[in-house]
Every structure is written in C-alpha cells, then in structure tokens.
Write a protein that binds this ligand. Structure first.
Ligand SMILES: Cc1cc2nc3c(=O)[nH]c(=O)nc-3n(C[C@H](O)[C@H](O)[C@H](O)COP(=O)(O)OP(=O)(O)OC[C@H]3O[C@@H](n4cnc5c(N)ncnc54)[C@H](O)[C@@H]3O)c2cc1C
Length: 401
C-alpha cells in the first residue's frame, strides 16, 4: 500500500536524521518488531527496557510510513464519544479505554523526556468544538460522562467559546490532557535509545514470509535473502497490516494535511491548545514550536493512492478555507500540503494482540484519529503478554470483537 503522498512535512523539516543499514546477514533475536514507525519505535524502546533482545525491520526508510505524514496531535479523545462507547461495549470497558488513553499521554511525556532527540513534545489543552447547534447537547452529556470518570473535561457554552477562543462554535469541551510532537524525530529518537540498549535496526528490508503454524521459533524470510529467527514477532506495520491479520478490522480513508509558513502572530490560546470538532470528517489544527499551523481533515473514502493524491490541491484547499474562516485576521500561507491513508475501526478502538489467523504473533494497530496514543497502550499490553504477566486491558482491544 502507498501510505502517503511524496512530500509530507516532517522528513523535509528534519532531513536524514539517521541511516540504518539493510539486512545483509541472518539475525536472531527474542522479539522481531516489524515496522520502524512511531509504533515500532515505542515497542523497541519498551521491549529493550524490559530486557528483550530486539531487531527492528522496515521495508521503507525509518519513519517514512504514516508516521512521516502524521499531524501528531496526541489526544486521549477517541473518535467515538464515551457516551456512545458505553452503549457499544459496556461501561467497564468504555471507561477503561478512555482512562487508558488519558494515561498514555503521561507515558508519551515520559518517553519524550527520555528521548535523546528533541522531538518537540509540548503539553497542550484540547478544544473539541460542537460543529452545529445539534451537537451541543451531546457534547454537554459527553463532558459529564468524562468528568464522572475523573477526566478533566470542561463544557464551555457558546458565548464563552467566543470570549475565550474567538471561535464561532456553539459549545466546546476543553480538556486538560493533550500534547503535540514531531512524530518523525520522536520515532528516530526512541530507536536511537533502543539501539543503545542493543537493538539492531534495519531499513529497506521487507519481511516477506512468516510461518503461521509456528512450531518453536519463528523463521522470517526477507526480500534481501537473509532470514530472521525470533521467539516472537510484533507487527507494528500500520495500515498495511490487514493483509496479515486475516480479519477485516478497518475501513480506509484518504486524509489531507497542510503546514503553513510561520505566522507573525498566533492567538495566544492557540499555542497552548489543539483544536478539532464534532463534524465527521472533522477539521483539526495545532501549532508547531516555530509558530506554524498544522491542519488537516477533508477525509474521503480511500479508492487508490493515485486518486487520493490527485485531490491534494482540492482537499487541502477545503482545509485551508476552514482555517481562514476561523482566523480571517491571520492570512496564513500554505508551505506544504500532503495526503495520507488512514484507517477507522467500527468502535474507534485499536486492535491489539493476536488474531486468529496468526495466533503466535502480536499486532499493534492503533487505528483511528489517536493512533499514537494507542501505540503506547499496545506496548503496555503486548509487553505484559510477552512477559507472561496478566493484562485485563487486552480484552478491550482484542481481535474478533
Ligand atoms: C495525514 C495524517 C494525519 C494523522 N494525524 C494524526 C494525529 O494527529 N494524531 C495521531 O495520533 N495519529 C495521527 N495519524 C495516524 C498516525 O500517523 C498513525 O497512527 C501512526 O503514524 C502509525 O504509526 P505506525 O508506526 O503504526 O505506522 P507507520 O508509520 O506506517 O509504520 C509502519 C511501518 O511498517 C513498515 N512495514 C509494513 N509492512 C512491512 C513488512 N512486511 N516488512 C517490513 N516493514 C514493513 C512500513 O514500511 C512502515 O514504515 C495521522 C495519519 C495521517 C496519514
């Protein structure tokens, strides 16, 4: 699958951060992590901390999958409202999914603090705006449901939304927990850390054949010839994973993003908040530490990479117009625009663990708008499973649900 158009922002901004070799000789390890995006990097970091001998392999250059296209708004807020998730999967699991997502922000802050590269991790608040009057009542109930489980989420009515944020929306939920980061540097930094603990990272190496029967050790074939023997495999293969799971777990979307030139001034609230809204698809934006706006949205059903990329100009113009309507005084200019593919699940939750088709491999599929927070939840669950520790959260994100 072609995950994104050719010029997402982060690799342009950062250039070649590190070079990893392709696999030239057979390898052996405790755990093979397939995929060197932000998920694979979080796993490599976590599993080396746990004492596992880890090999990471990516068919592209490191960080050049969806991670390079991500706008990296780090949110506890799941695409499905808590009040809806309560009906879908029951209060115990729904509330736990939200609580885990809140906790994952603290984990990401900790990872960023330990990261040997400055990945621009910045703690923010989040404004989740009601797109129409019809959404106001559900946002009021949603804020209450979140407060009931201890989440700092304030319901703000229309006049105050205008006063505080100069936004025209009829209501908003303002949450204390959110953050932004540079996902590409974050992934490189975490891998650097893992390498210091003994991990070996190979890029431009595709794992081509797995043994689903698994008798003893995995022997994985690669397109370059050498094989990798591993006690366990973690698939951190992002949106290309469905071919391996044998289970249809998501719908693919094309999504569009842009970054503006640095702004002369940004409304003060804006530097400390990220924004998204209740419409589906939603418009969203955040700022960078050099005062650019990163914005996205205008999602369409995914048909092909060619069709997705042919619409970059049109769809990012929709996103840009949405921004200009909200901030007519800002006069931003687009510096880069790009498209990516992403995936939605029926309940907005990630898929984590072992699918029936590959019962001896672990998957970490953070599908949905908050994929990166799911990656840390996946690392916690799978690390426990690999260590043989009980983890009841695994049930929430299981395959076959
Ligand atoms: C435009 C856009 C905006 C987004 N905005 C946000 C956001 O604001 N917040 C958020 O949380 N999420 C966001 N996401 C989602 C987020 O980007 C993803 O959740 C995240 O990047 C997934 O990281 P990953 O490491 O799992 O996948 P990837 O970065 O795609 O990494 C998977 C890697 O696996 C490799 N791979 C696949 N198969 C093989 C194989 N057989 N052998 C070897 N390697 C293989 C691929 O080459 C790839 O590099 C956004 C996505 C897009 C496209």
């Amino acid at each position: 699958m072609d995950l994104k158009s050719s010029h997402p922002y982060w690799p342009i901004k950062n250039g070649l951060v590190a070079t990893y070799p392709p696999l030239e000789n057979d390898e052996e390890c405790d755990v093979l992590v397939l995929g060197g995006g932000i998920t694979g990097a979080i796993f490599a970091d976590r599993l080396t901390k746990e004492g596992f001998d880890v090999v990471v392999v990516d068919r592209r250059d490191i960080g050049h999958g969806s991670t390079s296209a991500s706008t990296a708004m780090l949110q506890y807020e799941i695409d499905t409202h808590l009040i809806d998730l309560l009906d879908m999967i029951g209060p115990e699991q729904a509330e736990r999914a939200y609580r885990l997502s809140v906790d994952s922000l603290a984990t990401l802050a900790q990872l960023a603090a330990e990261c040997p590269l400055d990945c621009g991790f910045t703690k923010k608040r989040s404004v989740y705006a009601a797109s129409t009057e019809a959404d106001v009542e559900s946002l009021r109930r949603e804020a209450l449901a979140r407060q009931r489980i201890g989440i700092e989420a304030e319901f703000v009515a229309g006049p105050e939304v205008r006063e505080r944020y100069a936004l025209p929306h009829p209501a908003a939920i303002v949450s204390a927990e959110a953050a932004t980061a540079d996902p590409y540097l974050f992934a490189h930094g975490l891998l650097k850390q893992a390498v210091r603990r003994g991990a070996r990272v190979y890029d431009r190496t595709e794992a081509t054949k797995f043994d689903p029967a698994f008798l003893g050790r995995h022997e994985i074939e690669t397109d370059r010839g050498p094989k990798i023997r591993a006690d366990d495999i973690v698939f951190a293969t992002g949106y290309e994973s469905q071919q391996y799971t044998g289970e249809k777990v998501c719908r693919f979307k094309s999504t569009y993003a842009l970054v503006t030139q640095p702004l002369a001034s940004v409304a003060p609230w804006n530097e400390h908040h990220l924004f998204w809204e209740s419409a589906r698809p939603y418009l969203y934006f955040r700022t960078t530490d050099d005062r650019r706006l990163v914005a996205g949205g205008a999602d369409l059903d995914f048909r092909s990479a060619l069709k997705r990329d042919a619409l970059i100009e049109r769809q990012t113009a929709h996103v840009f117009n949405g921004i200009k309507e909200l901030f007519p005084q800002l006069a931003p200019e687009i510096e880069y625009a790009w498209a990516g593919t992403f995936a939605e699940t029926k309940d907005g939750l990630a898929y984590i663990g072992r699918p029936a088709a590959l019962p001896h491999a672990y998957f970490a599929l953070g599908f949905g708008g908050n994929g990166i927070t799911y990656s840390t939840i996946a690392a916690d669950i799978v690390a426990d499973q690999l260590k043989g520790r009980p983890n009841t959260d695994a049930e929430i994100f299981r395959f076959g649900r």
